[in-house]
Design a protein around this ligand. Structure first.
Ligand code: ADP
Ligand code: MG
Ligand code: MG
Length: 203
């Protein structure tokens, strides 16, 4: 498995399609335990990112990731913009210079992204945030016998597990015990992003 510049652009394109299709769903998830804008924030940011990536020529995956992260930082707004922006920037820095990314590069890059998320969000695993999807996904990348379908499956399970968690970070934390029973919106958008990555890897 090796991902090049075109694959990186495909990843953002495919993730964007999924986010646009699920814009209303992501926003609905953000209504009972947030302010009902996650779908709007993500749809705007990813649309802008895809447009920016189309307008330029790239020589290495890290350049694509860096540009996308800058757009997400500046266009998403809310908590999720700086978080996703940081995650993709750290991923970009970790794989700098490499012209193609293999499984190990992706595992290390996503792990750097996860570390960035924790620092930026001042949060850990188990607080009902997108970190609860990134954590298990990074673990899965480090496991032997990687399969794209299993990547999707582990991300989906991790997203569903956020239902059972009491939120202790972000807007959802204001709802305390009432946050139980709801999927975390950021975990749902991260699931879509990793589902898209699995599909690009599979091609
Ligand atoms: P906002 O809450 O500012 O309206 P969004 O609705 O776009 O921003 O994003 C909310 C998501 O951001 C949450 O579902 C959660 O996954 C993530 N999030 C919020 N705060 C934090 C944090 N401190 N650490 C990690 N993730 C967080
Ligand atoms: Mg919100
Ligand atoms: Mg908001």
């Amino acid at each position: 498995m090796e991902l090049n510049v075109e694959d990186m652009i495909k990843w953002f394109g495919l993730a964007n399609e999924k986010i646009q299709e699920n814009k209303v769903y992501l926003t609905k998830l953000d209504q009972p335990i947030g302010d009902g804008d996650h779908g709007i924030n993500m749809a705007r940011g990813y649309q802008e990112a895809v447009l920016a990536l189309q307008a330029k020529e790239y020589n290495a995956p890290f350049e694509v990731l860096k540009d996308a992260s800058m757009v997400l930082l500046s266009k998403v707004g809310g908590a999720s913009g700086p978080l996703y922006g940081t995650a993709f920037l750290k991923l970009s820095m970790e794989v700098k210079v490499k012209e193609v990314l293999n499984l190990q590069d992706l595992a290390n890059g996503l792990e750097a992204g996860l570390t960035g998320l924790k620092q930026r969000g001042k949060s850990e695993i188990g607080e009902k945030t997108l970190i609860d999807v990134w954590g298990p996904v990074v673990d899965y990348f480090h496991k032997a016998g990687f399969q794209p379908d299993n990547l999707t499956e582990s991300a989906r399970k991790a997203m569903e597990n956020t239902k059972d968690i009491i939120a202790t970070k972000g807007r959802a934390a204001y709802f305390k015990e009432k946050s139980i029973g709801h999927i975390d919106p950021g975990s749902a958008s991260s699931y879509l992003i990793f589902e898209a990555l699995a599909e690009v890897i599979k091609e």
